[in-house]
Design a protein around this ligand. Structure first.
Ligand SMILES: [Fe+2]
Length: 400
């Protein structure tokens, strides 16, 4: 990789990026700072859900953020509201199921709100009439937060920089278009097959580090490394994201029966559709702070690493498959998921042992850096350096 990675409006110098300091991890103070500077809805760009999670008019909790509600009105417009009743501050919705109703109802005292957050009323309460009554109702509307949308993904956004964030997301489109796979970002014609939450020990940033580390794939993921060709890696970067593009390996999944099933199943699937199997194996898209979109040949995985404390987080995972795959090649969606899960289990060890090692280093009083990124050759850990660079810049900004 050249010393400086450049594109119009953005450049990144991996070798100039120091790793995060040891005290950036698993610290209560840093966690509180991150909640305010990275995860507050107006702090930057934060993923809150995808159209597949709220396909119809109604509402549901934001994906991975129980403090927020996503609503969709009859015109299809999506809004982001506080999931907190303005009567006495109780959460309005307490699970992640979509609610197909025109109002948001607080069950405790029957206060109800429209999908734009405006207050309709409450049980046996008079808010007054005329201008005074309107002012009271306005004050008691559910607070709403600005959003931007991209290929069905919805993000809470800092309204002062919404255009810059939208321009950054558009760079991902350009990167996919350059490789002839612009349509791979769309999930039209795909179904969400399943969702689950995986709890992890450690600091959420370690999960993003592993996501931006392709260095471990050849030695540690034999199955995956015989499905994707790590030698073909192409990195792209923007202010708030990185993408790794990899081609299919000529080994055709030979090191794992599950990955071989994936590869052979793809050939059958595309043949039955009268298409050639595309050469791209995967584009791993990381949108900071914590959203990952894994755009595989035959599988899409949306995941979000949700911090729940300084030393624990949950990775929420949504598997999406083409709507016609099970019918054309029965069992293939399940086979693909089994292969993917094989790699997930390997990664769990990888991500949690880094936390174990960080604790050991601290207890030994070691003062050295906790990461030395490999930027040689194809720079298989450039995504780690990029995430460290992003985090350092964002946490250095003044609050507000
Ligand atoms: Fe991995």
């Amino acid at each position: 990789m050249s010393t400086v990675w450049r594109r119009p409006g953005y450049e990144f110098e991996p070798a100039a990026t120091p790793p995060l300091p040891p005290n950036a991890y698993a610290s209560a103070e840093v966690f509180a700072d991150e909640q305010q500077r990275l995860f507050a809805p107006t702090s930057g760009l934060t993923y809150v859900g995808h159209d597949l999670l709220l396909p119809q008019a109604g509402h549901r909790r934001a994906d991975g953020d129980p403090r927020l509600l996503l609503t969709r009105d009859d015109t299809g417009a999506v809004r982001l509201l506080a999931n907190v009743c303005t009567h006495a501050c109780r959460p309005l919705v307490t699970d992640d199921l979509p609610v197909c109703r025109s109002t948001v109802l607080c069950e405790y005292h029957d206060w109800s709100f429209r999908r734009d957050g405006s207050l309709i009323g409450g049980r046996n309460i008079d808010f007054g009439s005329g201008a005074d009554g309107t002012a009271v109702r306005d004050r008691l509307a559910l607070p709403s937060f600005p959003t931007i949308s991209w290929h069905g993904f919805h993000f809470a956004v800092d309204p002062h920089h919404a255009d810059a964030y939208a321009a950054d997301l558009a760079r991902i489109d350009a990167d996919f278009a350059e490789r002839g796979i612009a349509h791979w970002l769309d999930l039209d014609g795909w179904v969400m097959a399943s969702t689950h939450d995986d709890p992890y020990r450690g600091d959420w940033k370690m999960f993003l580090e592993v996501f931006g580390d392709c260095y471990h794939v050849p030695p540690y993921h034999p199955g995956l490394a015989s499905f994707v060709d790590c030698g073909s890696i192409e990195w792209t970067f923007g202010e708030n994201f990185h993408v790794q593009f990899l081609q299919l390996s000529s080994e055709r999944g030979a090191k794992s029966a599950r990955y071989a099933d994936w590869m052979n199943g793809l050939d059958r699937y595309y043949a039955l559709r009268g298409e050639a199997t595309p050469h791209t194996a995967v584009a791993w898209v990381g949108v900071y702070p914590n959203m990952m979109f894994e755009v595989y040949n035959g599988l899409r995985v949306i995941s979000v690493a949700v911090p729940v404390g300084p030393d624990q987080y949950v990775n929420r995972v949504h598997y999406c498959v083409p709507a016609d795959m099970e019918q054309l090649v029965p069992g293939l969606p399940q086979a693909i998921r089994a292969a993917y899960d094989e790699t997930v289990e390997e990664d769990r060890t990888l991500v949690e042992t880094r936390y174990d090692g960080m604790l050991a280093a601290a207890s030994l009083g070691l003062t050295g850096d906790r990461y030395f990124t490999n930027l040689s050759g194809p720079a298989l850990e450039a995504g780690v350096a990029h995430f460290h660079d992003w985090w350092t810049r964002r946490l250095a900004q003044p609050v507000g």
